[in-house]
Write a protein that binds this ligand. Structure first.
Ligand code: MN
Length: 246
């Protein structure tokens, strides 16, 4: 199996090192990731300037390349330069990607880019607190998820969040309730107004959501789809405003 490993925290993040170590158990691994942090880059691609990549010796037993582009660029470039990739693994992100955060996530976008190109993909994220995640302790859980999702009827695009000390796994849906982003005004050292884009805690959520799983120490596994079309709304509009087609 050929496995491409990428992320949005940058190629020198400890999270991608852990993911590459796990990936190596299952096949030939190549790492192609941004040269600097691209968190919250979402699905941006670099247009209007060229992108290049350089080899880096940062990984044992895996070819690795740092790219001066976005997470989606990394996947597009890697698929162009390396044929027959079977699986793309993105992460492990330092920080959860659940609920509304999925819209902004570069980690999930890298997996989405793979799925758009017809390659199945899994995005991994874990929370950060006062200290860095214990990736050695997380590795067996990452491996369990890869094995679970690597079966015959494997899903195409999956978002996985692993809590600090998992008690089990559960299938979840993305939480879409109240938006948890917040804009906080502040002043810079010379008194000019600046703004922090930050996240507030969601207090109410359904028990089948990704947020519930993480709050209850379960590994959250959410299958995602690429098509954003609101199907019931489409049916409703078609019935209500039937346009005559020439
Ligand atoms: Mn990140």
């Amino acid at each position: 199996m050929r496995i491409l490993v990428t992320n949005d925290d940058g190629i020198y993040s400890p999270g991608i090192a852990a993911l590459a170590r796990v990936a190596r158990r299952y096949g030939e691994v190549r790492v192609v990731a941004p040269d600097v942090e691209q968190s919250a880059a979402s699905h941006a691609v670099t247009a209007g300037r060229p992108v290049s990549y350089r080899p880096t010796p940062a990984f044992r037993d895996a070819e690795a390349y740092r790219v001066n582009g976005t997470p989606a660029d990394c996947v597009a470039l890697a698929v162009n330069r390396w044929e027959n990739i079977d699986l793309v693994l993105s992460g492990v992100n330092l920080g959860l990607n659940i609920g509304n955060g999925i819209w902004h996530s570069g980690t999930v976008a890298a997996a989405k880019q793979a799925a758009l190109l017809g390659i199945r993909a899994i995005a991994f994220s874990t929370p950060v607190g006062a200290d860095e995640p214990d990736f050695e302790a997380l590795e067996p859980h990452i491996a369990s998820v890869v094995e679970l999702l690597n079966g015959e009827d494997h899903p195409r695009l999956v978002n996985v969040n692993i809590p600090r000390a998992p008690v089990g796994m559960c299938w979840t849906r993305q939480y879409i309730g109240s938006y948890d982003g917040k804009v906080v005004p502040d002043t810079d050292p010379v008194g000019r107004e600046i703004f922090w884009f930050t996240v507030v805690r969601v207090e109410e959520y359904e028990s089948d959501t990704d947020i519930w799983a993480i709050e209850n120490n379960y590994i959250s596994i959410t299958p995602l789809r690429l098509n954003l079309t609101d199907e019931p709304e489409l049916e409703h509009l078609r019935a209500r405003h039937p346009f005559d087609r020439a």
